[in-house]
Design a protein around this ligand. Structure first.
Ligand SMILES: Nc1ncnc2c1ncn2[C@@H]1O[C@H](COP(=O)(O)OP(=O)(O)OP(=O)(O)O)[C@@H](O)[C@H]1O
Ligand SMILES: [Mg+2]
Length: 402
């Protein structure tokens, strides 16, 4: 059989032509960023002084998952660097994913390494093996040798083990560590309480000069975000109703752009695996389900042990009393949480901390909270309800153990 006769394999992807537009790490170009004009303008405004070689404001960005925080921070930083260059100012930005580089040493290593140019500075930044203080010393030298101003994006900043690096970066100038280079920090988090719970007062005052909250996307914005990427599909393959339906489902749930892009990709993949010629609305429902589980899995993967124990407690209650779709009281969840901690050999956190963890879950749409009135004898209390199917939550918790 000659090569061209073998019909065992399909030679061309029948559904996608530029699938990378829908891949997780794809960074869309400017024209494909939709519905964030205001946020982009505010961010640009905060860091604008960098263009005249002055100190940019430090910024903290909050918002639920998939609201475009990482995307907009990178986008604005890139444009800032380009504009600064046009003005003859040496600017650069460094991006740190603190979920990956969670220790001070790892984070400062990443920053120094990404800003360094060995041929110009002759400063070596080894992967490991030197003291944290040495990394800092080299970083300050690199900054003074190469740049007028630098932005450091600390993404998922709540994953940092402590705030020492923030202290160092925000005070490098006044502490005389760097002479001429200005430093601006953009911190990003999807934890509403990050600032209150994890930052000491001194860092808070210098880091949080400007704060922005990115709201979830509405149905029209999600629609536009997906429309801007529909050239991922071959001509005529994507039926007209698919994107509006995906947008409607995604907007009703979380307003999460990542999820809506995932839905679109999954819808295509399902069509592919079923050998369909077109991506129809029928595939959207299953695609949504997959994307929803992905979203949830990602949120769980990034959470701390106690945050998971709390969720486990609520799951146990939900599985036990499945008929009770009214939710479960904080005090009841706390009892079960204490049992979970005993099993895990961990010390239970205070009721107050557990209440905060429950708030975080609600903020990320893992649970829903409602205030209840128990009548004059009981006063009011809060009920918590899982938004995901408890069986799914249980399975995901079980297979994402560290
Ligand atoms: N306004 C937008 N226009 C086009 N694509 C977008 C927009 N907002 C987000 N996206 C896409 O959605 C995905 C999620 O966005 P991003 O990573 O910026 O979210 P995030 O707010 O940082 O979420 P998390 O808190 O989970 O880190 C990315 O693939 C991004 O390219
Ligand atoms: Mg992000």
């Amino acid at each position: 059989m000659s090569e061209s006769d073998d019909e065992l394999f399909i030679r061309e992807d029948p559904i996608f032509i530029k699938k990378e537009l829908l891949e997780i790490n794809h960074l869309p170009d400017e024209g494909r960023i939709v519905g964030r004009d205001e946020e982009i303008k505010n961010l640009a405004n905060a860091v604008n002084p960098a263009i005249f070689g002055q100190s940019p404001s430090n910024v903290l960005i909050y918002g639920k998952t998939g609201t475009g925080k990482s995307l907009c921070a990178k986008h604005v930083s890139k444009r800032l660097v380009d504009t600064a260059h046009d003005e003859g100012v040496n600017a650069e930005f460094a991006y740190v994913d603190c979920a990956q580089d969670s220790t001070e040493t790892q984070a400062v290593q990443t920053i120094a390494d990404s800003l360094n140019s060995l041929s110009e500075t002759e400063i070596k930044i080894p992967d490991k093996g030197i003291a944290t203080s040495t990394y800092y010393k080299r970083l300050w030298e690199i900054l003074d040798q190469l740049y007028d101003v630098v932005l450091v994006i600390l993404d998922e900043i709540d994953k940092l083990e402590d705030d020492d690096i923030l202290m160092q970066l925000s005070r490098a100038g006044e502490a005389g560590k760097v002479d001429s280079c200005k430093i601006g920090v953009i911190g990003i988090s999807n934890k509403i309480k990050y600032k209150e719970q994890q930052l000491n007062e001194r860092v808070k005052s210098s880091l949080c000069e400007r704060e922005f909250v990115f709201p979830p996307y509405d149905v029209d914005q999600l629609n536009d975000i997906m429309q801007a990427r529909k050239d991922a599909f071959r001509d005529g393959v994507l039926e007209d109703g698919v994107i509006p339906k995906a947008a409607a489902l995604a907007a009703r749930e979380h307003g999460d752009a990542r999820q809506s892009i995932d839905i679109l990709r999954y819808a295509g993949e399902i069509a592919q695996s079923e050998g369909a010629e077109k991506v129809t609305e029928d595939f959207v429902v299953d695609a949504r389900e997959r994307a929803e589980i992905d979203r949830f899995r990602e949120l769980i993967r990034g959470s701390t042990p106690h945050s998971r124990y709390v969720l486990q407690a609520l799951t146990i209650l939900s599985l036990d009393e499945e008929t009770d779709d009214d939710g479960h009281r904080t005090s009841r969840i706390y009892d079960v949480y204490e049992q979970v901690c005993r099993q895990e050999g961990a010390d239970a956190l205070s009721l107050r901390r557990v209440r905060d963890l429950l708030k975080e879950h609600a903020f990320l749409d893992i649970t829903e909270q409602s205030r209840r009135s128990g009548g004059s004898a009981e006063g009011s209390y809060t009920n918590h309800k899982l938004l995901e199917d408890p069986q799914v939550v249980r399975d995901v918790l079980a297979d994402t153990v560290e």
